[in-house]
Design a protein around this ligand. Structure first.
Ligand SMILES: [Cu+2]
Length: 174
């Protein structure tokens, strides 16, 4: 028993170190949902699809703390037949979605893909977006390369902030 006790005393500092190390790792993971190749990706989400809905839109926040500008140039996902980068433009008072060649992320800056603006467009969903599940997507950046991410499926009525683009992704023309 004596040996066991001294062994425990010898191990105690190691156990404490391991515990604090785990806490540190968990803390840094919470700082950004995805922190890859110098970019921080946060708040990745799509709305749950409703019966009969064939398209969906994905949103995320991109932060670039580095001194080099980057650009999101394409998106790929098995969740849709085609996946594109879109923007919403106002043409003669009518909001229309248009495909764009990329989204710039300035050095020491950020880019927002959010309702009413840039978004990842999922065309012809291969299956419904179910609330609480995830949608795997590969984001391709000019400098950072390919980054594998997961979009969280929020309720179909989810609408952060005061957006005037309610129902976006369903009734809009391409
Ligand atoms: Cu779109």
């Amino acid at each position: 028993m004596k040996l066991t006790r001294s062994l425990r005393q010898a191990l105690l500092p190691l156990l404490l170190t391991a515990t604090s190390l785990t806490a540190t790792l968990a803390g840094s993971a919470a700082a950004a949902d995805f922190n890859v190749a110098g970019l921080e990706l946060n708040d990745l989400w799509v709305r749950a699809s409703v019966p009969g809905q064939s398209n969906g839109a994905g949103y995320l926040q991109i932060t670039n703390p580095s001194a080099t500008a980057d650009r999101l140039i394409s998106v790929e996902s098995d969740a849709a037949t085609r996946t594109e980068l879109h923007s919403v433009l106002n043409e003669d008072g009518v909001a229309k979605m248009r495909q764009v060649s990329g989204v710039d992320i300035p050095a020491h800056g950020s880019a927002s893909l959010s309702p009413g603006g840039f978004h990842v467009m999922f065309l012809q969903l291969t299956g419904p977006f179910k609330q609480g599940s995830i949608v795997p997507v590969v984001l391709k950046f000019k400098n950072a390369g390919e980054i594998r991410v997961n979009f969280t499926v929020k309720p179909s009525t989810y609408n952060p902030g005061n957006q005037s683009m309610q129902g976006h992704g369903m009734g809009m023309k391409h």
